[in-house]
Design a protein around this ligand. Structure first.
Ligand code: ASP
Ligand code: MG
Length: 417
């Protein structure tokens, strides 16, 4: 059994859905297909949630727009009879309208998950209906009946035992050859929808691959595989043929956007290879991530994580930060789920880099200001070079103000303006 993951870009329009079907048709294996929301649907739903708190008319307008985008795709896919799928969509969109105007739903994160989770429901409903018209007998599974999570809305954590036994029960490949389900979403024990963190569909697919002991997982992307740098930022880029799980984790963690950082662990734990392939050129070789020992391609890898904030803490009484402060600092960061991308300390200071997008930054600064003098800089970049040379470093950091520089044998990191 193989797990296929299709991201939003691969199913952004009717052509994308048709292309997905072509890829699925060519497979002779049993398949579990995990799909994200179409195109930029998740962003649009996020916007709808925000607007629902401040401007219900604009919110309604946005809901209508999103409905029309999906309706348009359906009318292209089902030119003869889009009625059955359309009435389902209408039903879902009126649920969104009700949720948006529900005044009692006043906790942002809870409301977010109830509304944003619809993106994946739309895409899978439409794709499943289309597959059936093309005589591909796929079974639609609502993953919220399978993945049970805690109640950390927007970053829910999967209950592994429960979800695993559900997975094995529901995805029964002795009865069915193709299953289709959603990435990114789950259900809390009290029956509310949850989401697993933005771009979380890869993670869903990896967990399913782990639970079902898949032979491999393939992520279908709009690029030829994992490149040694982001083609949008660098002129010359090359594809990596084979990399180890460790290399891939480093890449993903430091900002390579091709795979979600959490994806690798469930696959590595069962030694399941991950293929990153192009949905535009499905027969292309792509990149394989597996338990390879050595990195033998001799290509330096350049990764830029944008929108970083560097926070530096200095104990007001000159006490040693390592001895006294670290536990408290990291307890706060862990409790508030602040993702720290880089850390550096001196005897009497500690600096750490976090994403600018962290929403509760005011609270964080206020908390640390009680004990520390706090300095911070926004809008920085975290540049990581794996397998670096001095020439690379000079070229990429030229004329940039360097705030932090860290080097180990294989990796150099720079926090730069
Ligand atoms: N649709 C979700 C998002 O855009 C999940 C995903 O794409 O992986 O964040
Ligand atoms: Mg998406």
């Amino acid at each position: 059994m193989i797990v296929y993951k299709f991201g939003g870009a691969s199913v952004k329009d009717a052509t994308g859905v048709k292309n997905l079907i072509e890829i699925v048709k060519k497979s002779t294996d049993k398949l579990l297909i995990v799909v994200s929301a179409m195109g930029k649907t998740t962003n649009a739903l996020e916007e709808i949630v925000k607007l629902s708190f401040v401007n219900i008319d604009e919110c309604t307008e946005k809901i209508n727009q999103l409905y029309h985008q999906h309706f348009q795709i359906c009318s292209e896919l089902f030119p003869d009879d889009s009625e059955p799928i359309d009435s389902q969509l209408k039903g879902d969109f009126s649920k969104i309208s009700l949720l948006a105007s529900d005044k009692s739903l006043n906790q942002f994160d809870v409301k977010y998950d109830q509304i944003v989770s619809f993106g994946e429901i739309f895409s899978t409903r439409i794709i499943n209906a289309y597959m059936n018209t093309k005589n591909i007998k796929s079974a639609f599974v609502d993953i919220r009946e399978v993945f049970i999570t805690d109640e950390t809305y927007r970053e829910a954590i999967i209950d592994t035992d429960l979800s695993k036994s559900n997975t094995i029960k529901i995805f029964d490949f002795s009865k069915q050859s193709i299953y289709l389900t959603q990435g990114f979403i789950g259900c809390s024990k009290n029956g509310l929808s949850t989401t697993l963190g933005r771009e979380g569909s890869d993670y869903t697919a990896a967990i399913l691959a782990n639970f079902l002991d898949a032979e491999k997982m393939i992520v279908w992307k709009d690029v030829e595989g994992i490149m040694n740098a982001d083609p949008q930022c660098f002129d010359k880029t090359e594809r990596l043929n084979k990399i180890s799980y460790q290399e891939a984790v480093e890449l993903a963690y430091f900002g390579a956007k091709v795979i979600h950082p959490k994806t690798l662990k469930p696959l590595h734990n069962k030694n399941i290879p991950l293929y990153v392939k192009s949905f535009i050129n499905p027969t292309g070789q792509g990149t394989t991530i597996h338990d390879y020992n050595e990195y033998d391609q001799n290509l330096p890898l350049y990764i830029i994580k944008k929108d970083q904030m560097l926070i530096s803490l200095f104990p007001k009484d000159l006490s040693f930060v390592i001895e006294d402060g670290l536990k408290d600092i990291f307890q706060y960061l862990s409790l508030h789920r602040v993702k720290v991308n880089l850390i550096q300390n001196s005897a009497i200071s500690i600096s750490f880099c976090i994403d600018n997008s962290y929403v509760k930054i005011g609270e964080l600064l206020e908390y640390f200001q009680k004990e520390y003098k706090v300095l911070y800089n926004e809008n920085l970049e975290l540049l990581t070079i794996r397998h670096y040379s001095e020439k690379d470093v000079l070229k990429l950091t030229a004329r940039r103000k360097i705030f932090i520089e860290q080097r180990s044998r294989h990796t150099a990191h720079f926090v730069i303006q």
